[in-house]
Design a binder for this molecule. Sequence first.
Ligand code: GLN
Length: 203
Amino acid sequence: MNSMSRNKYRIGILSMQGATEEHAGQLRDLGHEPILIKNKEMLENVDGLIIPGGESTAIWRLMKKNKLIEAVQQFAQLKKPIFGTCAGLVLLGKSQVETEEPVSLKLMDIKVKRNGFGRQKDSFEANLDVKGIKEAYPAVFIRAPYIESVGENVEVLAAYDNKIVAAREDNLLVAAFHPELTDDNRFLELFLSMVGEKSVLMI
Ligand SMILES: NC(=O)CC[C@H](N)C(=O)O
């Protein structure tokens, strides 16, 4: 057992709208404590944050209402790890392609195409090669966005059909798919290892 798996982390799951319970279950399976974040005070006591999938405009509006936009931006500035899945990826990105009402925390240097995989392929599964994960990872895509372009400090972790679907920039990790909807915990473990790295630095 390595030092990271011995630690138990408190991981916030932004609970405005969307898929929160599945993330909570997967965190519990790995021995960590999920905290459903409903207001900015609750952010103070977590080691990392997951922004789940759902509907990014709905999540954005509820974040505004609950004064969570600046609070999450500050959380990121403290270099605490944030993992955005699907709608969470949309929200973390700095800019979006062809959107009338951009919803963006302006944190990660990526340009996002919302619903990028189009209507025909609203939902699908694909085995992905992910940097840092040894064997193919079964990814579930649901009305998924993709990343059209990345800034120089962003590391691309996976692509599907020549479109970027997972990436990391320092303390920020994003996936266009839903790791919480499979029994395969390896993508979540990637995030937990980032939480481990950062908490070592903060001691
Ligand atoms: N599964 C999802 O999270 C879908 C995201 C949705 N298409 C959005 O942009 O909000």
